[in-house]
Design a binder for this molecule. Structure first.
Ligand SMILES: Cc1cc2nc3c(=O)[nH]c(=O)nc-3n(C[C@H](O)[C@H](O)[C@H](O)COP(=O)(O)OP(=O)(O)OC[C@H]3O[C@@H](n4cnc5c(N)ncnc54)[C@H](O)[C@@H]3O)c2cc1C
Length: 219
């Protein structure tokens, strides 16, 4: 834990299975960077709305983007707090009893206020980061946004300072009296695996997929 690590606030402190809670930025950042998408929770007209979207972390800031008229981003950059959740599923845990089935995971939950990015330079930097988040190396290859595309895009900046991670690893935790049940038990690990790239044949013929597409992995 460094001085930059978020100190758990009352609402970000993991209470249930508190030993699975982490607050150091290295753990939280690694989860944010590996996950392709997050879920953003806002309250719209008194109704909670949680929507999936792509994010990108640049140092202490999480950027979100969407159409200029995007309601979620409008709500997120308003005066109310926002909650962002990021989830990585690492395995399915089969216990001998229905009760003790579980999931191995790494997840992060962030609270805070977000704001609309007004500065075009920061906007371009954030949009580059979003492309790089999806595929490291892609921003240098793709045509940058035009001025019109930039105007059509809203970018939201969400400072990371109130955050928690929660991590479950390992096998099933059955009660001792259930260990003699003749039921298979264990873990099926899960991971994100990319398949072969499928070239779009509408464009210039003969282009090969770049390395970041051929060997697509998450950091
Ligand atoms: C893939 C996956 C599947 C899950 N399935 C279940 C399930 O089926 N049933 C179930 O009860 N729980 C499940 N959980 C755990 C769930 O996310 C909660 O941690 C748990 O339900 C406890 O809720 P609570 O409101 O009592 O948490 P509390 O401990 O009271 O939460 C307090 C604060 O701790 C932090 N926190 C809590 N959970 C998380 C988290 N997962 N990641 C990061 N920070 C967190 C937040 O800041 C939260 O505001 C799952 C988690 C993941 C990632």
């Amino acid at each position: 834990v460094t001085t930059d690590d978020p100190v758990p606030s009352d609402r970000s402190r993991v209470r249930r299975k508190a030993d699975r809670g982490r607050y150091d930025r290295a753990t939280i950042d690694a989860i944010l960077d590996e996950a392709v998408i997050c879920h953003v929770g806002v309250v719209h007209d008194g109704t909670p709305v949680v929507l999936p979207t792509v994010h990108a972390r640049v140092d202490d800031v999480l950027y979100l983007h969407g159409a200029a008229g995007n309601q979620l981003l409008r709500d997120a950059s308003g005066p109310a707090d926002v909650c962002v959740a990021v989830t990585l599923v690492d395995g399915v845990v089969f216990a001998r009893t229905a009760f003790h089935h579980s999931i191995n995971y790494r997840s992060a939950v962030l609270f805070g206020r977000a704001s609309l990015v007004q500065d075009d330079g920061e906007k371009r930097h954030a949009l580059d980061a979003l492309v790089e988040h999806v595929a490291c190396g892609r921003a240098a290859d793709a045509r940058p946004p035009t001025a019109a595309e930039l105007r059509a895009t809203a970018v939201v900046r969400f400072p990371i300072h109130e955050a928690s991670a929660k991590i479950r690893t390992g096998g099933p935790i059955d009660d001792v009296e259930d260990l003699t049940l003749p039921v298979w038990s264990g873990v099926v690990p899960l991971r994100t695996v990319a398949s072969e790239p499928i070239t779009d044949d509408n464009g210039v013929p003969g282009l090969s997929p770049p390395a970041y597409a051929r060997n697509y992995t998450r950091p």
